[in-house]
Ligand binder design. Structure first.
Ligand code: PGA
Length: 227
């Protein structure tokens, strides 16, 4: 069975209390998650400690792993406001999203800065999920998970076409190596998730808005499991 990643990107949403409530609802649903599905939750930094204790210490939700939405391009040191890869690792984080188009747009992150973030993440033994808007986005050395997100599809409710996404995923894999994992993101919902995950070159999805609601997110996991 094909392994499928479902990445929940909460963006700048939810307090710790709200995160706990979300977790309780997901854990109490007792929904069976197929073993080929890996669900990566990327909450804001402030919610990582509570997820760390719920997921890794209490071992609730066995197929869930923890991701971060961003990371410092520097190691530990005098970089006010930054969270280093080492700090993320300490909180049980396994994956780190780098280069989301919102980071590029609102925080002016450029290719060099993003390459530095990838290096920090790899040096710390974490796995970068590198976001691109198409095959022309440069991909730093060592990236093995690429998240393709067409900008017009992010947060608009208008997902791209699964067939077009499959073609772009094919090109991305040709560029970056046959063992690269390619994910699609942009207005993924319970209605369209299976049409993306069924595509030959797509190994999963990233979910923004619909990951905030536990029921919608569970429905997405369920529909991705029934392929
Ligand atoms: P969306 O966001 O699902 O709300 O479109 C996707 C993303 O930005 O990762």
């Amino acid at each position: 069975m094909k392994k499928i990643f479902i990445v929940g990107n909460w963006k700048s949403n939810k307090t710790v209390e709200e995160a706990e409530e979300w977790f309780k609802q997901v854990a109490s649903s007792k929904q069976q998650v197929e073993s080929n599905i890996e669900t990566v939750i990327c909450p804001p930094f402030t919610c990582l400690p509570i997820f760390c204790s719920l997921l890794t210490i209490n071992c609730l939700l066995p197929n869930f792993t923890l991701g971060a939405q961003d990371v410092s391009p520097f190691p530990d040191g005098a970089y006010t406001g930054e969270i280093s890869a080492r700090m993320l690792k300490d909180l049980g984080v396994r994956y780190v999203m780098i280069g989301h188009s919102e980071r590029r747009k609102y925080f002016k992150e450029d290719d060099q800065l993003l390459a530095n973030k990838v290096k920090e993440v790899l040096d710390s033994g974490l796995i970068p999920i590198y976001c691109v808007q198409g095959p022309t986005t440069p991909i730093p050395e060592g990236v093995k998970i690429i998240l393709y997100e067409p900008s017009g599809a992010i947060g608009t409710g208008i997902a791209g076409s699964p067939q077009e996404a499959n073609e772009i995923a094919k090109t991305l894999r040709e560029i970056s190596g046959s063992d690269t994992i390619i994910l699609y993101g942009g207005s993924v919902s319970s209605e369209n998730v299976s049409s993306f995950c069924q595509q030959k070159n797509i190994n999963g999805v990233a979910v923004g808005n619909a990951s905030l609601d536990p029921n919608k997110f569970l429905e997405i996991i369920k529909n991705a499991s029934n392929l």
